[in-house]
Each structure stands twice: as structure tokens, then as C-alpha cells.
Design a protein around this ligand. Structure first.
Ligand code: NAI
Length: 332
């Protein structure tokens, strides 16, 4: 029996968490869930949206499955998601983006992996109000973090039989910060002559992704561009409902969908649980349960092949009905 931290989140979090736990249990995975809560709901009781017990649990268990947590916009507490990644030094944000069978999209052969630096850049939260009409946000880029994420991207490419890594920056404008990121990527690329190394500016990259996404393989980006570009790549394969993600550090990892808490559909049984199910498959791979992971992935993909899908993909199935269909396919 393996204990895994389960962070339930808010918005659609509880609905998709219930779905993924049902699927994992139905697949016969021997997992004991250590349920942890975070976000606005715990502030009143514990004085912080990210209590130390959550961090301790992930450190102890080595892996967590997490659903989204709302971050107040423009005011209020700092992002729990950003803090979790920073506190646990989950420096690599891995977002594979691959077509899902039977989900109609503009392009058929999208198979891109976004590798996003997860600990610095504008997410360092160094902001200063100068006066009522001026605010500064500091973009922090270090050689150490840039080299570490570049190493991760090239090692990932090597281990997963990928051919190309593209470093994506705005180094023509942010000459010092993005220039440093690029310099680190170049020096790491030299150690991997078997992987093609390419550089592209983020604005051109977005245009190319929309026009001809199949030219890209692994994308290596600083934090902010990685956040934005991975939503774009999610759009190429059917949207946020199907986009999986993982935050990986040296000693532990947190698996979570790319999407947020979707307040517009929360509590309506409309959420697509695919993104968190695929994130859970990666978590199972991470803890060595690859067979179970593959069984779940096959059942999920067979569900799509049967034309079963939720409203975000044009279907009529609710979150629970879709989940039941996946479980039925597990048993066949
Ligand atoms: P969002 O990803 O929650 O929603 C964007 C759109 O996609 C909405 O129309 C939503 O209904 C749809 N959507 C997202 N996930 C879906 C799913 N599983 N099934 C069907 N439709 C889905 O992005 P938004 O609205 O910008 O953010 C809402 C909140 O989530 C914010 O507070 C944000 O800070 C937080 N957030 C949390 C993340 C995390 O916990 N890792 C990541 C991104 C955002």
C-alpha cells in the first residue's frame, strides 16, 4: 500500500477529485489517500491558505495528486499553487499535450511537451507599489534555475525518444533576464548533440503553434511564457478539460491538471475529469505503477472512442456519468 497526498482544492476541485479517486480505486490501485485541504476555506481556521501540514504530507509521501485551488485576482492571498511549487522546490512543470482519440481538433498529430520553469520569473512575487499610478513587478531569472530546467528538458527528451528542444524566450526585449535563460539553455544543449536545439521568440512561437504545431517537440520556457503557452497548446488538443500536468522536484512531485478551479461551472456536475485522470496516470507512472496507469489510460481513451464526452468537448455527459463510463471500460 502506497500513501499519496490528495489535495482537493475548490471550485470544480471536489467534483474532479471524487471522479479520479473512483477511477483509481476501480482500477485496483493499492493507494491510501492522505486527504489535505488548502486555499480560501482553510484560512479562517488555520491562518494561512497553505498550512505546513500540506507541505509535510507531500514531503513525507513523495507524491501528491492535486486539484485546482482558486487564487484571488488583483488582491487577497498569494497563489497556493505557486507557493506549493516554491516551498517544495518543484522546479519542473511538465505539460505533455497530445491528441486524444476521437476528440475533434484542428490538427491531428499534435505531440508537444511543454517544460516550464516553475520557481522564479514574475512568479517570484516581487512587486512594489511605487505610488497610486505606478507598480513594479520584478522578473527574476537565475543561471542556476535556468540550467536546472534546461537539463530537465534535455534529459526528458533523451529518455522519451524526443528529437528536438526549442528554447522559447523574449530575449530580444528582456536582454538580460531572458538572455541569461537562453545562455543557460545553450550551454546545456551543447551536452546533448543528439537532440536538435532550436531557439524561437515567444510571440512567433505562439503564431507558429497555431498555424503548424506539428513542427514542435519539447518546448523549454521560463515560468510566465510556459504558463501562457501551455494553455495555448491545451487548446490545440481539445481545451483545458484534457490538459494534464506535473510539478516535479528532486524529492517529490505534485500532479495536477493545467486548468484552474473553473468557478463558472463549479457545483454543476459539468467538469471534465480527463485532465486530472491523465495527471493521475502520470502519478502512477512516477510511483512505478505503470501497468495500472496504462489500464486507466486505455479505459479513458476507449470511452472517447465510444463517443462519450463532457460538454466542454461538445458531449452530453456529466462529470459523474463520464466517470462511470470510464469505470465500466476498466472492467471490460
Ligand atoms: P480555468 O482553467 O479555471 O477556466 C478557464 C475556462 O476553462 C472556463 O471556462 C472553465 O469552465 C473551463 N474549464 C477549465 N477546466 C475545465 C474542466 N475540467 N472541464 C470543463 N471545463 C473546464 O481558468 P480561470 O477561470 O482563469 O481561473 C479560475 C481560478 O483557478 C483562478 O482563481 C485561478 O487563479 C485558478 N487557477 C488555479 C490553478 C491551479 O490550481 N493549478 C491553475 C490555473 C488557475
Amino acid at each position: 500500500m502506497r500513501t499519496i497526498t490528495l489535495i482537493q482544492g475548490d471550485g470544480i476541485g471536489p467534483e474532479i477529485t471524487e471522479a479520479v479517486v473512483k477511477v483509481i480505486d476501480a482500477a485496483g490501485c493499492d493507494i491510501d489517500w492522505d486527504l489535505q485541504t488548502a486555499g480560501a476555506d482553510v484560512i479562517e481556521k488555520e491562518g494561512t491558505p497553505l498550512p505546513e501540514r500540506v507541505l509535510d504530507s507531500v514531503r513525507k509521501n513523495g507524491a501528491a495528486l492535486k486539484s485546482p485551488v482558486t487564487t484571488p485576482i488583483g488582491k487577497g492571498f498569494r497563489s497556493v499553487n505557486v507557493a506549493l511549487r516554491k516551498e517544495l522546490d518543484l522546479y519542473a512543470n511538465l505539460r505533455p499535450c497530445c491528441n486524444i482519440p476521437s476528440v475533434k481538433t484542428r490538427y491531428d498529430n499534435v505531440d508537444i511537451v511543454v517544460v516550464r520553469e516553475n520557481t522564479e520569473d514574475l512568479y517570484a512575487g516581487v512587486e512594489e507599489k511605487i505610488d497610486d499610478n505606478t507598480a513594479h513587478s520584478i522578473k527574476i531569472i537565475t543561471r542556476q534555475a535556468s540550467e536546472r530546467i534546461a537539463e530537465f528538458a534535455f534529459e526528458y527528451a533523451l529518455k522519451n525518444n524526443r528529437k528536438q528542444v526549442s528554447a522559447v524566450t523574449k530575449a530580444n526585449i528582456c536582454k538580460l533576464s531572458d538572455g541569461l535563460f537562453l545562455d543557460a539553455a545553450r550551454s546545456v544543449a551543447e551536452k546533448y548533440p543528439q537532440i536538435q536545439y532550436r531557439e524561437i521568440l515567444v510571440d512567433n512561437c505562439c503564431m507558429q503553434l497555431v498555424q503548424n504545431p506539428c513542427q514542435f517537440d519539447v518546448l523549454l520556457l521560463p515560468n510566465l511564457y510556459g504558463d501562457i503557452v501551455s494553455d495555448l497548446t491545451a487548446g490545440l488538443i481539445g481545451g483545458l478539460g484534457v490538459a494534464q500536468g506535473a510539478n516535479i522536484g528532486k524529492n517529490c512531485a505534485v500532479f495536477e491538471p493545467v486548468h484552474g478551479s473553473a468557478p463558472d461551472i463549479a457545483g454543476q456536475n459539468k467538469a471534465n475529469p480527463t485532465a486530472i485522470i491523465l495527471s493521475a496516470v502520470e502519478m502512477l507512472n512516477y510511483i512505478g505503477e505503470t501497468k495500472k496507469g496504462l489500464i486507466i489510460k486505455n479505459a479513458l481513451f476507449n470511452t472517447f472512442r465510444q463517443g462519450i464526452c463532457t460538454a466542454d468537448l461538445g458531449g452530453t455527459y456529466s462529470c459523474t456519468a463520464f466517470t462511470d463510463a470510464v469505470i465500466k471500460n476498466l472492467q471490460e
